[in-house]
Design a binder for this molecule. Structure first.
Ligand code: UDX
Length: 458
């Protein structure tokens, strides 16, 4: 089967490489020539476990090009995997999806199935099909199918090959059969991925409803955690106790500093926007968005409550990405907390194992702001980042942070005061050190032994 994939981001590239792995010839299309050259050399432009190995292994079946006409003209299946970023009003921006649809219409020389893999508002597939068929050469017929992806960043390759499900939404039996054939190697041994065939609007809705449900689960446990803080309960045990009920399940019940990334924030807003537009507002999703907005700066508020004047204080921030295992900074809580710290005049020492360079670009606009008196310096090791710090904020549960020797906080900081947004450490371990420790929804541990070591040295 000849397959073309539009877009080489997390969705497009991983999909293309996975389809090559199961035996298809895949042409990956992108406009960025530099990126294409990198991929032609077998290098992945994104940090994703296992991806580069599969790119190298399947290089005979993978082509990377900006020549969309060549790629699309005789493809059996064209997969649209471009971004659908959030607009200011919360709605999904479909410019890239329709940009690709235009290119497809211009290029096609035979009938084809166009698959929309990008997360798009319910009804978009209908519009894409209408648009392409109205603009393609006479005599050519295109069927559009919805085929959402459910991959999480960091585990994208595994999530694609060993997917929880493949959802295909079509209005045409022939298109459904073509896609079933395309995915056949995944629905059989050894992968045995379940496949659900439905209509297009239901497939589009499955994607949003799934993501919004997961986001709801996180906002719910974060609210419970805040209440645990106020009432002296331990949210970790509460999550464990809840998760033992198989109807609830034990996943996605980790309290923290809110969800970030490229999906949950935009997908909750987009579905809420759509529901308001249709006059059936999703009130639970609205609440979920509000809880997350507040939760992402909960660490800053805890810090500010303890250190009223942050001006000139040295604050270490450990972890910048929105979660471990990815270099992605989109909607990362670290950004919002660092903005507040800079406004308050703090001197930030930031650590991340892989995302320092991209973070520098991301935050540069803030540092150009005349009103900002705080500073930020970067470190690729935790020791140097926490050295002489007045407090530490933990933003991402990287293994390097989780496995960090707790005695170092005591040894290297001015004052071992830790705000852990990811509940990285066991309270019983913290109790062995002269550390003040505040986490999410768990008891506050205050250091009991006065810190006199520094004075003794002087
Ligand atoms: C998510 C979905 O998991 C995936 O199915 C969908 O296709 C795209 O969106 P991703 O954004 O890569 O994937 O990350 P995920 O691992 O789901 O985490 C999202 C956010 O939720 C992160 O900020 C993470 O820290 C947070 N989270 C997750 C929690 O705060 N608590 C949890 O228990 C789980």
């Amino acid at each position: 089967m000849k397959i073309a994939v539009a877009g080489t981001g997390y969705v497009g590239l991983v999909t293309g490489v996975a389809l090559a792995e199961i035996g298809h010839n895949v042409t990956c299309v992108d406009i960025d020539e530099k990126k294409l050259e990198v991929m032609r050399n077998g290098i992945s432009p994104i940090y994703e476990e296992g991806l580069e190995e599969l790119m190298k292994k399947n290089k005979e079946r993978l082509t990377y090009t900006s020549n969309y006409k060549e790629a699309y003209k005789d493809a059996d299946v064209i997969i649209i995997g471009v971004g659908t970023p959030e607009r200011k009003d919360g709605s999904a921006n479909l410019d890239y999806v329709f940009g690709v649809s235009k290119q497809i219409a211009e290029s096609l020389e035979k009938d084809c199935v166009v698959v929309v893999k990008s997360t798009v508002p319910i009804g978009t597939n209908d519009e894409v099909e209408k648009y392409i068929n109205e603009n393609v050469k006479d005599g050519i017929l295109v069927h559009v199918a919805s085929n959402p992806e459910f991959l999480a960043q960091g585990t994208a390759v595994r999530d694609t090959l060993h997917a929880s499900r493949i959802v295909i939404g079509t209005e045409n039996k022939e298109a459904e059969e073509i896609l079933k054939k395309m995915y056949e190697p995944l629905t059989k041994e050894p992968y045995n991925v379940p496949l659900l065939a439905t209509n297009r609007r239901s497939a589009e809705m499955i994607k949003y409803a799934s993501n919004d449900f997961l986001a709801l689960k996180i906002s719910y446990i974060n609210e419970i955690a805040n209440l645990c803080d106020a009432l002296g309960a331990n949210v970790e045990d509460v999550s464990k106790g809840m998760g033992l009920d198989s109807r609830i399940g034990n996943k996605f019940l980790n309290a923290g500093i809110g969800y970030g990334g490229s999906c949950f924030p935009k997908d909750t807003k987009a579905l809420h926007f759509l529901s308001v537009q249709k006059g059936v507002e999703l009130k639970t999703v609205k609440a979920c968005i509000e809880v997350n907005e507040s939760q992402k700066t909960v660490l800053f508020r805890k810090l500010k409550n303890d250190i009223k004047d942050l001006n000139g204080k040295t604050i270490a921030v450990l972890g910048l990405t929105f979660k471990p295992g990815t270099d992605d900074l989109r909607e990362a809580p670290s950004i919002y907390n660092i903005e507040l710290l800079l406004d308050a005049g703090a001197n930030i020492k930031a650590y991340d194992p892989i995302s320092i360079e991209s973070f520098k670009k991301k935050i540069s606009y803030k540092l150009e702001d005349d009103g900002v008196t705080g500073t930020i310096t970067y470190f690729d090791n935790i020791d140097n980042a926490i050295m002489n710090a007045d407090a530490v904020l933990i933003m991402t549960e990287w293994p390097e942070i989780k496995n960090y020797d707790l005695s170092k906080y005591e040894e290297l900081m001015n004052n071992a005061l830790i705000y852990d947004g990811r509940n990285c450490y066991k309270l019983s371990d913290i109790a062995n050190y002269n550390i003040s420790y505040k986490s999410i929804g768990r008891a506050y541990h205050s250091k009991s032994i006065p810190k006199i070591k520094k004075k003794l040295h002087n």
